[in-house]
Design a protein around this ligand. Structure first.
Ligand code: FPP
Length: 238
């Protein structure tokens, strides 16, 4: 375990994004309902966020619900909405008390009204903070985000540059994710942060999300620190 600990001199990513996959399989293996997996997943999500800020990460983005996930059975979705209704304010309050701004990214108008209210309240409470942030992707799709930005640009009636287009993304003003982690054995982006992922390092873990520990996050950060990011240049130009 000690071998994965973060040592001085480690290059800490400014922005980590996580695809929290495997809650359902983790629960199934324990003969428990999927909602139990999501409950454990939410606990782990908060723990990982706290740990990430402790080691010096400035932004954490998590994929909590994709637009496609909205087609899941009603009971599973209700389970997730109930988690938000019951625990979101307290859990996020705990993480954001460190001066972290919360943004919910995605089309939350697709969620029940009272759930939208909980999310907006939590966002509003942290609107005064700058420099550190959490983005929770809910009813999110990367292509939909790009189309939304394109429509905003059309409304403005001006040609866009990469920089101006970037500012129209939900994550406008934040650094791009340096490291994207996906748990749960799958090796794909699943429509997550398509625009922002251009130069991210991608890290895949076989662990199911509820069992992805703080030490596992350290291991991913140490792996990231050992990568050479060339951004299209040659080694000699760096
Ligand atoms: C994917 O695993 C996970 C989700 C669709 C939900 C992720 C949600 C949380 C971690 C906690 C809830 C957080 C909020 C903010 C509501 P899966 O269920 O697809 O797992 P499987 O691939 O094993 O079936």
């Amino acid at each position: 375990m000690g071998g994965n600990k973060i040592k001085e001199g480690t290059n800490i990513p400014a922005h980590i994004a996580i695809i929290m996959d495997g809650n359902g399989r983790w629960a199934k293996k324990r003969l428990m309902p999927r909602s139990f997996g999501h409950r454990q997943g939410m606990e782990r999500m908060v723990g990982l966020m706290e740990h990430a800020f402790d080691v010096g990460v400035s932004y954490v983005t998590v994929y909590a619900l994709s637009t496609e996930n909205l087609k899941r059975p009603k009971e599973e979705l209700e389970g997730l909405y109930n988690l938000i209704r019951k625990h979101f304010t307290e859990y996020m309050g705990r993480v954001c008390a460190r001066g972290v701004r919360l943004r919910v990214i995605g089309d939350i108008s697709l969620l029940p009204e009272d759930v939208q209210e909980v999310l907006r309240d939590s966002e509003a409470k942290t609107a005064c903070y700058e420099g550190k942030g959490i983005n929770i992707a809910l009813c999110y799709g990367g292509r939909a985000e790009i189309v939304r930005a394109a429509n905003l640009a059309i409304e403005r009636g001006e040609a866009v540059t990469e920089e101006s287009f970037d500012s129209l993304m939900y994550t406008g003003g934040q650094p791009d994710p340096d490291l994207i982690i996906r748990t749960g054995k799958e090796v794909r982006l699943s429509n997550f942060l398509l625009w922002q992922a251009a130069y991210a390092e991608l890290y895949f873990s076989d662990k199911m999300f509820p069992e992805f520990s703080d030490r596992d996050l350290d291991k991913a950060i140490v792996w990231f620190s050992g990568r050479t990011r060339r951004f299209g240049k040659t080694d000699e130009q760096l």
